[in-house]
Design a protein around this ligand. Structure first.
Ligand code: ZN
Length: 250
């Protein structure tokens, strides 16, 4: 196989995926044969789901563009600041109502997202394969801390979370995808992702502890698992969390 070199330059947060010595500067890499630009970029550690624009010698190209050797490749994440409409955007159109699928390590984040009203699939029983397919079939955004998972070809949209702390993960995600306007707090079941509906107080008398029944007037019930919700101490704690995430980044 013919060997040659190409020069790569990654912009903005895409540098987070590179070893510290390779960030924010040109990297020369050997290529074998004529790999697709997607494969060449992922070989450097950057998942394609994070990329919105690739310029090869100044010309915007798609993921399947073949490299011959000698090219200069510039790689950009999703832009908010620059208008790149005349160029090829590599991502599908932004999803109007973001829906998520969280990998097995992000159970708490999944519960927070449901609390904010986002349709979020999560289950210990979902394999990596199934997670990836849900992004295509149901147009869900895959949430993961596993860069390898985002590199799978079938993953259409994904978001890599840098933090290990669920509250910080939520903050990261709200910032990255500009989710604030899409909040619908307390409309979805934190346990099963079902939609909550109003239930008459008389109907919950046997379903909640007597002291809760005496103290609270308004109840909601999950249409899937029948779990009953009320504005107790748990609710107040969660409401504080919503406020915290709603306020602009400090
Ligand atoms: Zn439920």
């Amino acid at each position: 196989m013919r060997k040659s070199t190409c020069e790569f330059r990654f912009y903005e947060e895409l540098n987070d995926y590179l070893p510290s010595g390779q960030r924010k500067r040109s990297i020369t890499r050997e290529i074998t044969g004529t790999p697709s630009v997607k494969d060449a970029i992922e070989a450097l550690g950057v998942p394609h789901t994070e990329i919105d624009l690739i310029l090869v010698d100044g010309r915007s190209v798609r993921f399947d563009c073949r490299l011959e050797g000698g090219e200069r490749v510039a790689v950009y994440p999703e832009f908010e600041r620059f208008d790149i409409t005349p160029l090829h955007r590599l991502r599908p159109e932004p999803l109007r109502e973001p829906r998520f699928v969280a990998d097995v390590h992000l159970g708490t984040l999944a519960r927070f997202l449901r609390l904010l009203g986002f349709d979020t699939r999560y289950g210990n029983d979902l394999s990596d394969e199934e997670l990836a397919h849900l992004t295509a079939r149901q147009r869900r955004i895959l949430l993961t801390r596993d860069v390898g998972l985002l590199k799978r070809k079938v993953v259409v949209r994904g978001q890599w979370l840098r933090s290990r702390d669920p509250e910080q993960q939520l903050g990261e995600l709200v910032e990255a995808l500009d989710l604030r306007r899409a909040f619908r707090p307390f409309t979805r079941c934190m346990t099963c992702n079902g939609v909550l509906g109003v239930i008459a107080r008389a109907e919950v008398s046997g379903l909640v502890p007597p002291r809760v029944y005496r103290r609270f007037r308004a109840f909601k019930q999950c249409r899937e698992c029948a779990r009953v919700y009320w504005r107790g101490t748990h609710y107040l704690r969660l409401q504080r969390l919503v406020k915290q995430v709603r306020s602009p980044i400090r």
